[in-house]
Design a protein around this ligand. Structure first.
Ligand code: GDP
Length: 423
């Protein structure tokens, strides 16, 4: 059969060895060149109480002063009373690769006496970015889609050495289905190695206990051992204990490094012996940026989108849903149309009944009028008849009659009969 011969053809093609270089081996390079030309969009959100070193870490990660130096507010200064959402955009380039980076900051998070709802504006912000993406996808022209979705969320845990706070758990529980969560222990240089190990264990236990899903570097089947080992290595450091610094300091052995200087020595940001900064950078930028973007698109956004559309399907009142689903739109329009028709019908019936009633009462009235007239005429005629008979008797009995009187009466009677058409 055709299918069989197709199969045979396919397998023979597969088995064939190329006689020379054809060139499709260059496909990865083509894809690569195109991506490089287009550039990449990446949005990272940072969440945590103020002073935990968020802006310093972002500057350190991208090795750029993305955050301008902060003005320190005096304690008495007025502060906003809600969590704000601020976004910094920057185009950065490295070896000809352009990255459009967005850093979304959430100043105010966890800074109030009551932080119960601190997560709410952040969830809303993430969802509104999904909304905007969905809206762009539904446009007639989808050529230029801006991907402003949050691809990763660095959550800064205060280096208390205890365990997670209620605020931390609440935030992660609310966010873990909407964003790739990457927990980090802030200012890890304030804890000893042992304290960090214990703290990490307790944080992971809290996360597991609350069934919070944090981003894991994926491993694929058939992947080489090196890649698998790298993923495991990174995974073993979560939550990353990080140190940030935009200062270059000199070490005891005379090297200039990014780090923080203490009387007892220098903490080097880029030294894996000193902190997990390098592993965090690997997770976020060097190895898994594309995975973060894909997971956002294929899993987080997709789930949100499905739920959103389903919820709209039940409500049947969203323009977005109708735009996307023509069958649902037609169904909805049909229902609306039918409702309109039956309303019109009811109105027409009502008007008709009203008219009939009016007509009937009018008819009844004129019937009564007719009867009344009929009675009147009959009475008048009977009176005249009696009159005439009276005259007749008198004539017959030979009594004289005034001729004018009788003639007038008869002509009157005749006139009455003629002039009344109904009679
Ligand atoms: P943000 O409010 O979370 O953005 O915090 P900043 O980045 O403005 O940092 C607040 C203060 O903490 C600054 O004085 C920083 O120099 C300091 N800082 C930032 N990162 C670290 C760190 O990793 N370790 C220590 N010890 N201090 C840090």
């Amino acid at each position: 059969s055709v299918a069989q011969s197709n199969n045979a053809a396919l397998s023979s093609v597969i088995r064939k060895k190329l006689m020379g270089y054809v060139g499709f081996a260059n496909l990865p390079n083509q894809v690569h060149r195109k991506s490089v030309r287009k550039g990449f969009q990446f949005t990272v959100m940072v969440v945590g109480e103020s002073g935990l070193g968020k802006s310093t870490l972002v500057n350190t990660l991208f090795n750029t002063p993305l955050y301008p130096a902060k003005e320190v507010l005096p304690p008495s200064a007025e502060r906003a009373s809600t969590v704000a959402i601020e976004s910094i955009g920057a185009d950065i380039e490295e070896n000809g690769v352009r990255l459009h980076l967005n850093v979304v900051d959430t100043p105010g998070f966890g800074d109030f006496v009551n932080n119960d709802d601190s997560w709410r504006p952040i969830v809303e912000n993430i969802e509104s970015r999904f909304d905007s993406y969905l809206e762009q996808e539904n446009r007639v022209n989808r050529q230029k889609i801006m991907d402003n979705r949050v691809h990763a969320c660095l959550y800064f845990i205060q280096p208390t050495g205890h365990s997670l706070k209620q605020l931390d758990i609440e935030f992660m529980r609310r966010l873990h289905t909407k964003v790739n969560l990457i927990p980090v222990i802030a200012k890890a240089d304030t804890l000893t190695d042992e304290e960090i190990a214990d703290f990490k264990a307790r944080i992971l236990a809290d996360i597991a206990h609350n069934k919070i899903h944090i981003f894991q570097a994926p491993t694929y089947e058939n992947e080489d051992e090196e890649a698998i080992a790298e993923a495991e290595e990174i995974a073993s450091k979560i939550p990353f204990a990080v140190v940030g610094s935009d200062q270059v300091v000199r070490t005891a052995d005379g090297r200039d490094v990014r780090g923080r200087s203490y009387p007892w020595g220098v903490i080097e940001v880029d030294n894996e012996e000193h902190c997990d900064f390098v592993k965090l950078r690997q997770m976020l930028i060097r190895t898994y940026m594309e995975e973060l973007r894909e997971h956002t698109n294929n899993v987080l956004y997709e789930n949100w989108r499905t739920q959103k559309l389903l919820s709209m399907g039940v409500a049947q009142d969203s323009s977005v849903f109708r735009e996307i689903n023509p069958a649902a739109r037609m169904q909805e329009e049909r229902i609306l149309h039918e409702a309109k028709l039956s309303k019109m019908e009811a109105e027409m019936k009502m008007v008709f009944q009203q008219k009939v009633q009016e007509k009937e009462s009018k008819l009844k009235q004129s019937e009564e009028e007719l009867y009344a007239r009929h009675r009147e005429m009959k009475e008048a005629l009977e009176r005249q008849k009696a009159d005439l008979e009276d005259k007749k008797r008198r004539i017959e009995s030979g009594r004289p009659l005034t001729p004018e009187k009788g003639a007038v009466s008869i002509s009157r009677l005749l006139l009455a009969v003629i002039s009344d058409g109904n009679y």
